[in-house]
Ligand binder design. Structure first.
Ligand SMILES: [Zn+2]
Length: 347
């Protein structure tokens, strides 16, 4: 038997439509928000856009469990295996202070800056702070925003980073400093590019930061499937939660079955954009997760979620989320499979 908790909160369904045209520089060049203009609504996924920068890398200190090297290694593997071409990669710009203030408090941002200037920053528990780290996360958050914007144009956009779902307005947590998902939503809403967004969070950990940030916001619907008996505690209420206990032995079959509620939820909420947190940590070999999913099962998960968005003609922005497999090669392979899943859907 599965031990699961599920909750559903009705929300007002607001009308909405959107989309845009990217003009100017594309390809292996910087792309800014100002270069996207309104266009007719998307009716078909035409291509997938991938966002990455070599400046995503930042050391969290020797021996830290979060392998930030995965950003470089994922990109290199995708190029080496000819899954992606260099000229197909879009380069992000870092978010500005005014963007960060859409989600985070001034005092929190100031605290991070001060920590970054002090040697104490690197002693900040599991969440060390340095100028290099803040710079990289600011850029990664710009990457998530760009991936979502490109999704609105092409149908699918993926940032080869991001998914910092534990960061809240006033708190860094769980290796997350700026909540890139919330920032992308708030910035796109502010720019009148969309209203209703659905977050599908499949990281093994509950996205408490994102949940707190949108708790009273009817324009954002959060579906979160996570390990109930794991960090973070306590859980924060979301629109639809699937909390699974590890002692129930969560394998591919049990996990994938829980996702079959998604078509209904998507139809009811009718989002203009889906943001998919494709965490690699439900993997059986993960050091910070207690699920037993195989790499093949995670690939099926990706194909199902992204395939649903495609089938329903809803743009989908994808971010990596966590991944702490004992062998970093496994984490890279799982993220690589997300890219392969996208490519196979476009064939
Ligand atoms: Zn996680």
């Amino acid at each position: 038997m599965l031990s699961a908790s599920r909750s559903f909160k009705n929300k007002n369904l607001l009308p909405g439509v959107i989309l845009f045209l990217l003009i100017g520089k594309i390809g292996f060049a910087e792309v800014s928000g100002e270069e996207v203009k309104m266009s007719s609504p998307i009716t078909k996924v035409t291509k997938a856009a991938f966002v990455w920068s070599e400046d995503y890398k930042a050391s969290l200190g020797r021996g830290h469990i979060f392998p930030t090297i995965k950003y470089q290694r994922l990109y290199s593997a995708a190029i080496k295996q000819k899954i992606l071409k260099e000229e197909d990669i879009f380069k992000p710009r870092p978010l500005k202070d005014e963007d960060l203030l859409l989600v985070h408090s001034k005092s929190y941002l100031r605290k991070l800056e001060l920590l970054a200037l002090s040697p104490l920053g690197m002693l900040n528990g599991e969440n060390p702070v340095s100028r290099q780290i803040l710079k990289a996360v600011r850029l990664s958050s710009g990457g998530t925003y760009l991936a979502c914007k490109l999704a609105l144009k092409y149908g699918i956009g993926m940032n080869l980073a991001g998914g910092f779902h534990h960061a809240s307005s006033n708190q860094e947590e769980g290796f997350c400093y700026y909540n890139d998902v919330a920032l992308a939503v708030k910035k796109l809403q502010k720019e009148d590019k969309l209203n209703k967004v659905m977050v599908i969070d499949c990281d093994v950990h509950h996205g408490n930061g994102t949940a707190m940030l949108f708790q009273d916001d009817d324009s954002v619907f959060i579906f979160d499937i996570y390990q109930e008996d794991n960090y973070p505690m306590p859980k924060v209420k979301v629109d639809y939660a699937v909390g699974l206990n590890s002692y129930a032995g969560i394998d591919d079959e049990k996990y994938l079955k829980e996702l079959t509620v998604l078509p209904n939820l998507i139809d009811k909420f009718s989002p203009e954009l889906i943001i998919y947190v494709a965490g690699a940590d439900p993997y059986k070999g993960d050091q910070l997760g207690g699920f037993n999913l195989s790499q093949e099962g995670l690939k099926k998960r990706d194909e199902y979620v992204i395939g649903l968005a495609k089938e329903k003609e809803i743009p989908v922005g994808i971010v990596l989320g966590g991944g702490y497999a004992e062998r970093i090669e496994d984490t890279i392979e799982i993220h690589l499979n997300t890219i392969k899943a996208i490519k196979s859907l476009l064939r």
